[in-house]
Design a protein around this ligand. Structure first.
Ligand code: HEC
Ligand code: HEC
Ligand code: HEC
Ligand code: HEC
Length: 478
């Protein structure tokens, strides 16, 4: 049954593509695979492609010209801590770099500049942090091996990439410079697909329109041994599958946590931008629609020529090209409204789950300071750990629910259940210890308010803890 549906979708997509003319590649400016560019196979500078492909190059340059936000996403450089975004993140990530600085994403052109500037990069950061930014990465891996992943970011890796004349997410990250065929340049993706039994050398052209993005727009962690960027996919793409992976395979290999939460003392996992996993489990991914269909639609430039847009941005800015081509029975405005409805519902659910996670952390803090047994504290911590993961894998995703509306709601439901379980366990123990729960609730509200009313973003995290809720993080090892 499920298989029949899947085929029906694929057929539908095929029909839609033919009707809308999406697949007529001879209508395009350049037909990639027969090309011989004359470029060196090791070319990594965008400028080298400029004269050969001026239209795609100009389109790429738009990533640096657009500074406009949509309701939930967009391209303005700004903090996620802003009042209309996620003002409680300094509590949720307390004790970790994401409580110091965490910004909204913006255009590909800025990736190198932004990774250099963010306060999470310190003199201890490793080469792995450059992996989804610079076109020099494949050469660095080839040259340095494990010394790339674990190398010192500021001292060794960045200067080397500069010396190579790298670009910020360059043409060569997705294209073979000699033929312009799409290609994969990040070994982490190849390995992770292998862990699911998928050999990507058999990928179709359509698969590649997802896979080039899946090199970076994914959940990952740093291997405990060599610091290598690793995707936790062996059990599947769902949030529960990845959580299970962290609790088994990653743990067995020495990776237990990203950090210890400073409010609840819980060993935590931080989620990162899982656009690919979310999309693959969502209605469009299941129907064979790709990232490039919506984010790289065909556009007419120079009045007549048709090219693939290289302006990676919110499809809300390009509705006619991004959606209306397939959804011919609905107007761009109707589709835009539908996105808005999905996102509004989503953000409401997200904030509800987030709030319960915060409460759970503070209840556990109180368990610890009230002398509740370690065993009970540990039980509650396990629930808050999973609860926050199920929220974060949704919150760290960048489409405000659109890539998989139902899947996100399901994850948030589990998040709420887990965090509530922690609160329930804590409440039972706190009652036994005769803790004043009304006072506890008031103190939580006070701490939240202190965080949001602090105007210096770097100081917000300091207000999440106080004399009532003392810090629970062990001092960092030297
Ligand atoms: C069916 C169309 C569609 C597909 C397929 C799709 N997206 Fe999106 N994407 C959207 C929409 C709609 C948004 C929400 C934009 C907004 O809120 O402004 C979005 C948002 C995003 C954002 C945040 C944009 C911003 O301005 O901050 C990123 C990043 C993203 N998508 C990456 C991907 C990747 C990577 C894939 C493939 C794995 C993918 N998308 C597949 C439609 C799509
Ligand atoms: C993030 C991945 C990515 C990057 C970076 C990228 N491209 Fe592309 N490019 C694509 C995809 C996807 C297609 C569509 C290929 C297909 O469907 O066959 C494409 C298509 C093309 C084509 C074929 C003609 C067309 O318009 O469809 C050319 C030429 C091209 N890109 C040039 C460039 C140049 C020049 C750069 C650097 C300035 C660049 N690309 C950077 C992903 C990328
Ligand atoms: C080499 C890694 C890499 C690849 C490949 C890549 N991205 Fe990105 N992408 C990033 C990073 C990093 C950012 C955030 C940059 C910043 O905020 O400085 C980003 C940002 C974005 C944004 C947000 C733009 C905005 O205006 O807010 C969109 C949309 C996006 N990518 C879509 C895609 C799509 C679609 C593909 C595949 C065709 C793709 N990306 C391939 C690393 C990558
Ligand atoms: C390449 C073709 C293609 C593109 C591009 C595309 N879609 Fe879809 N879309 C589909 C298919 C096929 C389905 C059916 C999947 C299903 O019903 O589960 C679908 C399903 C949907 C649904 C859920 C079912 C429904 O009718 O409510 C929404 C909403 C939607 N698309 C909106 C959009 C929006 C908004 C965009 C642009 C950002 C977009 N789509 C881009 C092919 C496409």
């Amino acid at each position: 049954m499920a298989r029949n549906l899947r085929w029906a979708y694929l057929l539908l997509v095929a029909v839609i593509l033919v009707i809308s003319g999406c697949s007529s590649s001879n209508d395009k400016e350049t037909s990639a695979s027969e090309l011989k560019t004359g470029l060196d196979k090791d070319e990594i500078k965008n400028e080298a492609f400029k004269d050969l492909f001026p239209l795609q190059y100009d389109s790429y340059m738009k990533n640096g010209e657009d500074h406009e936000d949509t309701k939930y996403s967009g391209s303005v450089k700004r903090s996620k801590y802003d009042a209309d975004k996620e003002p409680y993140l300094p509590i949720l990530f307390n004790g970790y770099g994401f409580a110091t600085e965490y910004n909204e994403d913006r255009g590909h052109i800025y990736a190198n500049e932004d990774v250099r500037a963010v306060a999470r990069i310190t003199d201890k950061s490793i080469g792995s942090c450059l992996t989804c930014k610079s076109s020099a990465v494949p050469h660095l891996i080839e040259e340095l091996g494990d010394d790339y992943w674990g190398g010192n970011f500021n001292k060794d890796i960045w200067p080397k990439a500069e010396a190579m004349g790298h670009s910020s997410i360059g043409c060569s990250d997705c294209h073979d410079p000699e033929t312009m065929d799409l290609r994969i340049t990040r070994p982490s993706f190849i390995k992770a697909m292998e862990s699911q039994g998928t050999d990507i050398s058999n990928a179709t052209k359509n698969d590649m329109r997802n896979y080039v993005c899946a090199q970076c727009h994914v959940e990952y962690y740093f291997d405990a041994g060599n610091g290598e960027v690793t995707f936790p996919w062996a059990n599947g793409f769902k949030a529960e599958d990845m959580y299970e992976y962290y609790d088994t395979t990653a743990k067995a290999n020495g990776f237990e946590k990203d950090w210890v939460h400073n409010v609840s003392g819980t060993p935590m996992i931080k989620a990162q931008h899982p656009e690919f996993e979310t999309h693959m489990e969502g209605p469009h991914g299941q129907a064979g629609v790709t990232c490039s269909d919506c984010h790289m639609p065909y556009e007419r430039v120079d009045g007549k020529k048709k090219i693939t847009s290289h302006w990676w941005t919110s499809p809300l800015k390009t509705m006619e090209q991004s959606c209306a081509t397939c959804h011919t029975n609905r107007t761009a405005d109707e589709l835009k409204d539908r996105i808005g409805e999905i996102q509004d519902t989503h953000m409401e659910g997200l904030h509800k789950a987030e709030d319960i996670s915060i409460t759970a952390h503070y209840y556990i803090n109180k368990m610890i300071t009230s002398g509740v047994s370690e065993d009970k504290v540990k039980q509650a911590q396990e629930h808050v750990r999973k609860g926050q993961w199920m929220w974060d894998i949704v919150a760290a995703e960048n489409a405000a629910g659109f890539h998989n509306p139902q899947g996100a709601m399901d994850n948030l439901r589990v998040s709420v259940e887990e965090s509530n379980e922690a609160i329930k366990l804590a409440t039972e123990e706190l009652v036994k210890k005769e803790v004043n729960l009304e006072e506890l609730k008031k103190e939580i509200e006070k701490a939240k308010k202190a965080v949001t009313s602090e105007t210096d973003n770097f100081k917000k995290k300091e207000h999440a803890i106080n004399s009532y809720f003392p810090a629970q993080q062990p001092p960092a090892p030297k």
